[in-house]
Design a protein around this ligand. Sequence first.
Ligand code: ADP
Length: 253
Amino acid sequence: VRVAMTSERVDRRIIAVGSGKGGVGKSTLAANLAVALARAGRRVGLVDADIYGPSVPRLMAVEGTRPEAEDKTLIPVMTPAGIPVLSMGQLVRPGQALAWRGPMAASALGQLIDSAWGDVELLVVDLPPGTGDVQLSMISKWRPAGAVIVSTPQDLALIDATRAIDLFNQANVPVIGLVENMAGYLCPHCGKGSDPFGQGGAEAAAARLGIGFLGRIPLDIALRTASDAGQPPAAGDDALATLFAGLAGQVND
Ligand code: ADP
């Protein structure tokens, strides 16, 4: 049953993007997934809940912005890509550590999620890596409609990803699937391919765990430079955009 659609009460679903470890490309995937879902016609918002390294403002070219508030409710910041975002990084001064204990982190998460999202119907939430307080309050208070887990093909990253998956399983949050990032590198000089982080590990792990495998993203310098420049490749028109559109299609189903 759909909730009546006034501007503040839409049937809003949360897609959580998690990982076992940091640095595996979780924020990159969350940002590009949001852009690709919007291109597919969904009304999407993006929440950066990564208290350890909020990187969405940079990825979406709104670094240094502060959200306005109305009656203590935050108003998301609109990005050049047309996605409204709110980030943990916007709640503190730039460079300030988010050294929060559980209850504070949970209340900060609440500020980001229960804000003026208007007619946004899909909220992509970039979680911190691991299985800590933010994940637990996310699951218990805002129950995601589904979770996407990111891992590199490497064993260590996969073992941690397995823990993240287990957390969602225990809470009965459907795991939409596993994305393998930094999978394969094509040398721009010699044209040869190599696998710096190994190959096929995530797909095998997904099969073993009985969850979906959504696809792989190569290790790609263009993806890194575009991300650093605040230009999500999913907004472009090359192979990476096609790849993210494909991933979004599976999340959208
Ligand atoms: P996490 O959110 O898991 O900590 P990020 O998304 O911040 O990871 O990515 C960490 C770094 O790796 C960033 O500099 C990002 O641009 C880079 N990166 C992520 N995925 C790729 C990729 N497939 N190819 C090249 N660089 C990548």
